[in-house]
Design a protein around this ligand. Structure first.
Ligand SMILES: [Zn+2]
Length: 353
């Protein structure tokens, strides 16, 4: 995923110090959000800065980032290493009293070759580094070094991290976060800071890295990670599919309730694939003729995966502490699946009409 950051992207039709070797494909992405995404626009009108409220601008920035990240992902998938002629449009679509906001980005995925001599010229060029930039780099290095020794960030460092996130430290922070005691009283100050700031910090980092780090730990630390994913809206259909394929069905189903800030066509395809997987789950129980005791009549019964016999009208096994249906799913799981279906259908309507 890190490789995606190496994809150069430009609004011009060439890239300095390089030659385009192959025009691969015109690629595009649409990110649609409801305008209630901007609902705190009015509330924060007072902090207008340069014509836009900070919050409004931050949110636009986030949609923009997601659109760009989608394009880069697509370019990477196609084997391109750059995107040229990037065009981004912001549009408001409204009708019937509702309005949506759409960002579309189009660009040409290309394969470029950088000329080495030019690269070294670039490095020797008249680059200027401000003291501010230097100070940031030093702070970053201090935080990384400190973490390697097991020292958590201080209050001032968290302030720095929130506006200058370091993607590489998520793994380390997560490891420390998972070790935190649930009892707030037993935490020293830096641990408390980690507990309070970690979710917000995740939101500031590269979502691809955050998603991979969190989902790869979820089967061992379900409760804490699920809570983080839920608070940071990091729904990832691809990772949920992986969980299903790794036989972590129960965890995968719980993850269906997690939200995402923006859904793309690609998401929708994967989300439908999850439903196909769930629909084709094999039966773990069976329906067959049997009787409860020697004297009772033989009739059709639902027999759960643990062999409990139920009258047919009970979809969920009445066995002690059992409660599974013929697919081995509990009532709670089925409810999550039903609301997920509704979500996918609605999204399908919004995207495909
Ligand atoms: Zn049972």
């Amino acid at each position: 995923m890190l490789i995606m950051n190496k994809i150069t992207i430009t609004t011009t039709n060439s890239i300095e110090n390089s030659t385009i070797q192959k025009y691969i494909e015109l690629i595009s992405t649409n990110v649609v959000v409801g305008t209630n995404f901007f609902s705190d626009f009015g509330a924060s009108f007072t902090d207008i800065f340069g014509g836009f409220s900070n919050t409004y601008q931050n949110k636009l920035q986030r949609i923009y980032k997601i659109a760009i990240s989608n394009l880069k992902e697509e370019a990477f998938r196609l084997g391109a290493n750059a995107i040229v002629s990037l065009k981004v449009d912001f549009d408001e679509i409204s009708g019937k009293g509702k309005s949506m906001f759409m960002v579309s980005a189009v660009g040409m995925a290309v394969s470029v070759k950088y000329t080495k001599t030019d690269l070294s010229q670039l490095e020797l060029g008249s680059t200027q580094i401000s003291f501010n930039q230097l100070e940031k780099e030093i702070t970053k290095r201090l935080i990384v070094k400190q973490l390697e020794k097991g020292e958590l960030p201080t209050k001032e460092q968290w302030v720095y991290l929130m506006s200058n996130p370091i993607d590489e430290i998520i793994q380390d922070l997560l490891k420390n976060y998972l070790e935190l005691s649930d009892n707030h009283e037993y935490l020293d100050e830096r641990k408390k800071l980690l507990q309070e700031n970690f979710a917000e910090y995740i939101k500031q980092t590269n979502p691809d890295i955050a998603i991979n780090t969190l989902y790869s730990n979820i089967s061992l630390h379900f409760k804490k990670i699920w809570n983080l994913l839920n608070r940071t809206n990091l729904f990832s259909p691809q990772n949920i599919l992986n969980l299903i394929e790794e036989n972590n069905l129960k965890i995968a189903i719980k993850c269906l309730a997690i939200k995402k800030e923006f859904y793309t066509k690609e998401d929708l395809l994967l989300m439908k694939k999850i439903i196909d997987h769930i629909d084709s789950l094999p039966d773990t129980g069976k329906i067959e003729f049997s009787k409860d005791g020697l004297l009772s009549k033989e009739k059709e019964r639902y027999i759960c995966q643990d062999g409990h016999k139920n009258n047919l009208e009970f979809k969920f096994c009445l066995g002690d502490g059992c409660g599974v249906n013929i697919k081995g799913l509990k009532e709670d799981d089925c409810r999550l699946i039903e609301s997920y279906r509704l979500k996918v259908d609605s999204l399908d309507f919004l995207i495909n009409g």
